[in-house]
Design a protein around this ligand. Sequence first.
Ligand code: FES
Length: 273
Amino acid sequence: MNRIVRREEMAGGRMVLNEIEAPKIARTAQPGQFVMLRANELGERVPMTISDANPEIGTITIIFSVVGWSTALFKTLQVGDSYQNVVGPLGRPTEMEAVGTAICVGGGTGVAVLYPIARKLKSRGSRVISIIGARNEELIILRREMETVSDELLVCTDTGTIERNALVTDLLMEVLDRETPDVVVAIGPVPMMKRVSEITKPLGIKTIVSLNPIMIDGTGMCGSCRVEVDGQMRLACVEGPEFDGHKVNFDLLMERLQSFQEEEVQALEAHGV
Ligand code: FES
């Protein structure tokens, strides 16, 4: 069983960190990969990108926001409780050669996915400039961790309660006025990743985004995670979740993500989690 050994509520309880016993996954997981979790036999399988892995003690860490019935069920689990299943690691690891300068842009829970990538870049000798943001200060996560893996960290909120009242994309444009990075990695809400890609495309800067489509099996069998990249249908679970941001059809992804919102609200009401 996959027991929870550490649980922290973040962002005023809107996000939850779970460190989970999963020794086999912890031994092989790499930045960019994800797991599929199920809370109990009634729960759905939910994809979560691995935020951290500790092969020595055999644990992986995930951070999630409560966005529907399944994640509301995850939030009820406490230290000592177990997930019914944790399957992984799934997806392709981040393909990241050592580069001179990388700009890592993260929004909301996307920072949890960005952190291991920034750490990997830093460990390979890259100069890492990170920009993280959220709606307000309470929703900024992993700030200290991002500081440790970044040569420069810029933090902003939409409401200006800390440092800068700006969007991460505003800060990105400021940094691009003085830097010519080899790569930009952007992970967060789809509109944010879309805007980052629009900014970097005319500048010819390689841009990697991590997509979060609806996933059911996570193994390439159901087709639910299809995304359009460079005019081709691709399966995010086996061919992603990271893709070239300049080639992703973000509008189609947003449309597909919105298609089950009503059912999510109904499920939350029906189960009363
Ligand atoms: Fe089923 Fe990707 S989640 S094909």
